[in-house]
Design a protein around this ligand. Structure first.
Ligand code: PLP
Length: 431
């Protein structure tokens, strides 16, 4: 059983279950967990089997510091082709002049842009974290908040939407070098064109962080920020449904600065298996078949929001333009934390989130952030999401029948199996 008892020959040929039964068992349990609950975390998704195959592939063995045609290692001629495909597909998909597909994840994509555009202590204006921003948009304990002087704009109290007059007023006051738009818990469309006008008025550069909604942009269901921004950053694992990774799009004039900021500025060798998987995810996102998926994500988000409102709940801004619905519990006795725990007992996974002007601390919060990308990937439609809204309504009663609610959630999971063709946790047929 133990690795020490295996021969070198066995190590070179055996599969994971044989080499490390402990981790194999945990992977199997994690696959079962993903299958056996309704995933409503707005930033999560279930990627395609083809992407799992690419991300588990042999370029993990390859060092490729540098960029295609200009590497610090030999033997890069094939990974060069992979990265070229990834870059060209990203540019084509989003209409960008330049793409850097090396950032390991979304936080690194943002870091690459900040390193390219800013000097330490430069002023930046971004969406306030407690109004839906992201930790890389100036949280004090994050590198962004430590290296740069971040200032924040917020949403209007009456509409809970970005108040562009306030953004302009703050921008005139702060005179930022860079304005950042986009966030992690903002249910409405990010109007990059309006941010561009403000950036031009104060002579700032503009970055859009579309980490959450890039899959909607790819399908033409959210305005594309690329034409209006100097820089656009994204993850590939949220609505874009690809591997866990990040990328940067930018104007040609910023291309070499972004590339140098990423390497040698802050990363070493790129994860070429992830680059290969990103290339495939961009290819998938260019197909008509993909477009059906974000369309359903949007329809499901509208159905979820409507179902919650019909059930007597408040949702932030009254609805959504995206995949994301913020349940606002301030009018109830529920905290976000208590609601998250109750939903989990009913096999619904979500995360508590502050709502703007929240009086509770982030660890307790007064909201729950919900999203439709993951459940949509396993086949949920509007009817299913009406049922999800009804289960949530039942769960957040005083004395609910948790057993019955859990059974309803599990019935939905059974009807919409996740990765039905898999043997256990992997798309590879077991030998
Ligand atoms: C998720 C997210 C990121 C960071 O992504 P990681 O891959 O977790 O580093 C950055 N910005 C926004 C707005 C996000 O939602």
């Amino acid at each position: 059983m133990a690795v020490a008892q295996q021969t070198f020959e066995q190590l070179k040929t055996a599969g994971l279950a044989e080499i490390d039964p402990e981790i194999a068992e945990l992977l199997g349990r994690e696959a079962d967990r993903q299958r056996g609950q309704i995933e409503l975390i707005a930033s999560e998704n279930f990627t395609w089997p083809s992407i799992l195959e690419a991300i588990g592939s042999v370029p993990t063995n390859k060092y490729a510091e540098g960029y295609p045609g200009n590497r610090y290692y030999g033997g890069c001629e094939i990974v060069d082709e992979m990265e070229e495909l990834a870059r060209n597909r990203a540019k084509e998909l989003f209409g960008a002049e330049h793409a850097n597909v090396q950032p390991h994840a979304g936080a690194q994509a943002n870091m690459a842009v900040y390193f390219a555009a800013l000097s330490p202590r430069d002023r930046v204006l971004g969406l306030s974290l407690d109004h839906g921003g992201h930790l890389t948009h100036g949280l004090k304990v994050n590198f962004s908040g430590k290296l740069y002087e971040f200032h924040h704009y917020g949403v209007a109290r009456e509409t809970m939407m970005v108040d562009y007059d306030d953004v302009l007023a703050r921008a005139k006051e702060v005179r930022p070098r860079l304005i950042v738009c986009g966030g992690s818990a903002y249910p409405r469309a990010v109007e990059a064109d309006r941010f561009r006008e403000i950036a031009d008025e104060v002579g700032a550069l503009l970055m859009c962080d579309m980490a959450h909604f890039s899959g909607l942009v790819a399908a033409g269901l959210h305005p594309n920020p690329v034409p209006y921004c100097d820089f656009v950053t994204s993850t590939s694992h949220k609505t874009l449904a690809g591997p866990r990774a990040g990328f940067v799009l930018c104007r040609e004039e910023h291309a070499s600065k972004v590339d140098r900021a990423n390497f040698p500025g802050m990363q070493g060798g790129p994860l070429m298996h992830a680059v290969a998987a990103k290339a495939s995810c961009f290819r998938i996102a260019m197909t008509d078949a993909f477009t059906d998926y974000p369309r359903q994500v949007r329809a499901n988000a509208d159905a979820l929001a409507a179902g919650l409102v019909d059930g007597g709940f408040d949702v932030l801004t009254g609805g959504t333009d995206t995949h994301l619905v913020q349940l606002d519990l301030r009018a109830t006795d529920w905290t976000g934390l208590a609601a998250q725990e109750r939903l989990e007992e009913c096999k619904l996974t979500a995360n508590r989130n502050t709502v703007p002007f929240d009086e509770r601390p982030p660890k307790v919060a007064s909201g729950v952030r919900l999203g439709t990308p993951a459940a949509t990937m396993r086949g949920f439609d509007e009817h299913d999401f009406r049922e999800v809204a009804s289960i949530i309504g039942g769960a957040l009663q005083d004395d609910p029948d948790v057993e019955a609610l859990r059974a309803r959630a599990l019935a939905l999971c059974d009807a919409r199996p996740l990765y039905p063709g898999f043997r256990g946790y992997t798309s590879y047929a077991a030998p």
